[in-house]
Design a protein around this ligand. Structure first.
Ligand code: PGA
Ligand code: ZN
Length: 417
């Protein structure tokens, strides 16, 4: 049973405050979780409660969310059966009482929800991935590694937010990390040779002064080849344009929606791209349907802002033919139980599932375990630099080692190329 729930204000990878929660059980086991935070957030995400007090952290303090955990939530959950995650999450949802968790804050509810499952797993003497996924949880996710940052994650001119490499030719997760690291360093060398800076953005990818997606894609493709890998066959590319960020007045900068869809299709023809996330904006419903019709048969199309890890939004999207995959971000919805329900709905509909970090992260590695527990098949958690990103990859290396011969790396994107 839950004996105490305690939250504190810590800082994330951007130096902004966030919520960390400790749940302690009657047997003395402690579970701890820290909450991530996005920069290019979807409009229908659950609400991240910030204090708005300009005297602290430029208004970004999370004392109200911390206070909600330490008073109302702690009182409501004291004595609750730690193995009843769904029941505890229901208590959080009902206590909050809003559709978007704006009263207590999704940062409060998520911290508690994840700390609880960590405590329960610890109490059961099991690693989190096995506690949640059972003995059959042996599928490691293919990593989508973000090695060029733009958009809201860097101060360079690139409109597209993320250029990721996907080591589809890897046989194991550890090999995928090695291949990713090798390409990352080859890219650094190529950027330097071209007189570009090699500073990194929020997710640890380079943030060079490039103007167009084609230039970035050319650098990445050449870095793959320079490392000795076949672009597409060994290491493929994934994009997250995060198009909601540059959709204004019904246009994508200098293109209308039809031209923009054709432009993306052209990029898929010209470069070894196997996945595009948020290629069009969250409010451009017709654009999503058009993009899915145009290239959904030959490219994974991942909905992030358009679904917000929200089961109802996903169901609507499935019915309408929006994309063929979903990005899963635990803080977009605010409890573990709702996250797992959305994953289940996606898979039942044949949608692919990509577990994801946020651009603001901490040392917390829960999403690595969730990717294996759900067997979702893919994870995106940034570049091959910065500990907030590599912590997740390193945790997956450990899980793969622990699973030994039983571990397999998801082959889906490999088969497609
Ligand atoms: P965010 O970016 O965490 O800043 O929202 C990640 C993404 O858009 O996938
Ligand atoms: Zn995204």
């Amino acid at each position: 049973a839950i004996s105490s729930v305690h939250a504190r204000e810590i800082i994330d990878s951007r130096g902004n405050p966030t919520v960390e929660v400790d749940v302690v059980l009657a047997d003395g086991t402690r579970g701890r979780a820290a909450v991530p935070s996005g920069a290019s957030t979807g409009t229908r995400e659950a609400v991240e409660l910030r204090d708005g007090d300009p005297g602290r952290y430029h208004g970004k303090g999370v004392r109200r969310a911390v206070e909600a955990v330490n008073t109302e939530i702690a009182a409501a959950l004291k004595g609750h059966d730690a193995t009843d995650q769904a029941g505890a999450d229901r208590v959080l949802i009902e206590l909050d009482g809003t559709a978007d968790k704006s009263r207590l804050g999704a940062n409060a509810t998520l911290g508690v929800s994840l700390a609880l499952v960590r405590a329960a797993a610890g109490s059961a003497g099991q690693p989190l991935y096995r506690y949640l996924g059972g003995a059959d949880a042996t599928l490691l996710p293919m990593p989508l590694m973000n090695i060029v940052n733009g958009g809201a994650h860097a101060d360079n001119p690139l409109d597209f937010q993320e250029f990721m490499i996907v080591p589809v030719g890897a046989g194991t997760f550890a090999e995928a990390v090695r291949m990713g690291s090798e390409v990352f360093h080859a890219l650094r060398g190529a950027l330097r040779a071209a007189g570009q800076n090699t500073n990194v953005g929020d997710e640890g990818g380079f943030a060079p002064d490039l103007r167009t997606a084609e230039e970035a894609l050319t650098f990445v493709t050449e870095a793959i080849a320079a490392t000795g890998y076949r672009p597409g066959a060994d290491v493929a590319i994934a994009l997250d344009p995060a198009a909601s960020e540059f959709y204004q007045g019904g246009r994508y900068l200098h293109r209308d929606p039809g031209e923009h869809v054709a432009y993306l299709a052209g990029l898929v023809d010209a470069f070894p791209i196997v996945s595009i996330e948020d290629g069009v904006a969250q409010d451009d419903h017709a654009g999503w349907v058009a993009l899915t019709r145009a290239i959904g048969g030959r490219c994974q199309l991942v909905g992030d802002d358009v679904f917000c890890t929200n089961e109802a939004l996903l169901r609507q999207g499935i019915a309408d033919g929006v994309g063929n995959a979903i990005l899963i971000k635990v803080n977009q919805i605010g409890t573990l139980t709702e996250t797992l329900a959305t994953v289940g709905t996606a898979r039942a509909a044949g949608y692919r599932v990509v577990m994801s970090h946020r651009s603001g992260e901490t040392e917390d590695t829960t999403i690595a375990d969730l990717a294996v527990a759900t067997g979702c098949g893919q994870i995106k958690t940034g570049s091959l630099s910065r500990s907030d990103r590599t912590a997740k990859y390193n945790q997956l290396i450990r899980i793969e080692e622990e699973l030994g011969e039983r571990a397999t790396l998801d082959p889906y994107l490999r088969v497609r190329v």
